[in-house]
Write a protein that binds this ligand. Structure first.
Ligand SMILES: Cc1cc2nc3c(=O)[nH]c(=O)nc-3n(C[C@H](O)[C@H](O)[C@H](O)COP(=O)(O)OP(=O)(O)OC[C@H]3O[C@@H](n4cnc5c(N)ncnc54)[C@H](O)[C@@H]3O)c2cc1C
Length: 288
């Protein structure tokens, strides 16, 4: 289908984009790589009156060294940019493991990390990965900048903490805790690559027991979530498979598990447990 008519602007700077967005008063939408927004417009599930194409604002594409193992990833960095960044993949190896499984070459070349998390598709991979990495999100509007923790950022299916006049500018990843390893395990919808279940784990070990754990799950509920009951059960336990399996059994605690034509709730819940075990084991295997 052909999208409804819309106005188009391509600002040269972030300030110009923010001014245009404020003037758009809810009827304008930011366009980054277009991999989610344009299909929605073609299906007429979205019909913004104006598109503000931020795709060529170079300052939003940088991947920066924040020192001490922390990394800043500009909102417009594409999946390909991140894969090509030795800094990002060295500091946070889960990115190198997970990104090749996202979409196809076009999606990875055009799709941006900022767009992926602003869109907040419940089956998207990056929300779980960024939750496990304890990311911070930098957000700008005409009235200034704010930095929010990832834990409160995703608020529901396709809903985030972003207001209509705000632009996500950077994703900040803190240094990995000493001795921690990380991994992402997913079961994908074969055609799109979206996760029916995706589990990201960052776990640390000290003196033979688990000293830190962040485990996050996507594709299973309306919104990606931290599996806090899994984390609680893991911390202090030995790294044996019985302890990991016992913790993973809590993968969907407190969640309303989704059911759709790809997978019913029972199957998703079972796969969430299996992939939580696998992600934790793989994270351990990768730990220093
Ligand atoms: C065929 C196909 C397969 C895919 N497979 C996968 C997959 O396997 N796993 C997966 O996780 N994803 C998958 N995706 C989704 C893909 O990851 C996202 O479409 C892409 O990352 C979105 O980024 P974008 O730059 O294209 O965003 P756009 O489509 O340009 O924008 C998406 C939304 O985010 C908003 N937005 C974008 N950037 C900003 C910003 N900086 N600040 C505020 N709002 C912003 C837009 O207004 C819009 O609402 C797939 C997509 C396609 C088309």
């Amino acid at each position: 289908m052909i999208p409804a008519a819309f106005d188009y602007a391509r600002p040269a700077s972030l300030d110009e984009a923010l001014t245009l967005l404020a003037r758009g008063a809810g009827s304008a939408k930011v366009l980054a790589g277009g991999q989610s927004l344009l299909p929605l417009m073609r299906l007429r599930l979205a019909s913004p009156a104006k598109l503000i194409d931020i795709g060529r604002i170079a300052e939003l594409r940088a991947i920066r060294d924040l020192g001490g193992g922390a990394t800043g990833i500009g909102a417009l960095a594409t999946y390909r940019d991140v894969l090509d960044s030795k800094l990002a993949t060295h500091n946070h190896p889960i990115l190198a493991g997970a990104i090749p499984g996202i979409g196809d070459v076009q999606v990875r070349n055009r799709g941006t990390l900022g767009g992926a998390i602003a869109h907040a598709d419940p089956a998207s991979d990056m929300p779980a990965i960024l939750l496990a990495l304890d990311a911070s999100i930098v957000i700008r509007s005409g009235s200034g900048e704010r930095v929010v923790g990832i834990d409160g950022f995703f608020q529901g299916a396709f809903a985030t903490d972003l207001a209509e006049d705000e632009i996500l500018t950077e994703i900040r990843l803190p240094a990995t805790p000493a001795g921690a390893g990380m991994a992402y395990c997913s079961i994908e919808q074969p055609a799109s690559g979206y996760s029916m279940v995706g589990v990201a784990a960052v776990v640390g070990r000290s003196d033979g027991s688990i000293s830190s754990a962040r485990v996050a799950i996507t594709g299973v509920a309306d919104v990606a979530y931290r599996a806090t009951a899994v984390e609680k059960a893991l911390i202090g336990s030995d790294a044996g498979s019985a302890a990991i399996d016992a913790a993973a059994a809590h993968a969907t605690d407190g969640q309303e598990v989704s059911s759709d034509f790809n997978a019913n709730a029972e199957y998703r819940a079972a796969m969430a447990v299996v992939h939580t075990s696998r992600a934790i084991e793989a994270a351990f295997a990768a730990a220093g």
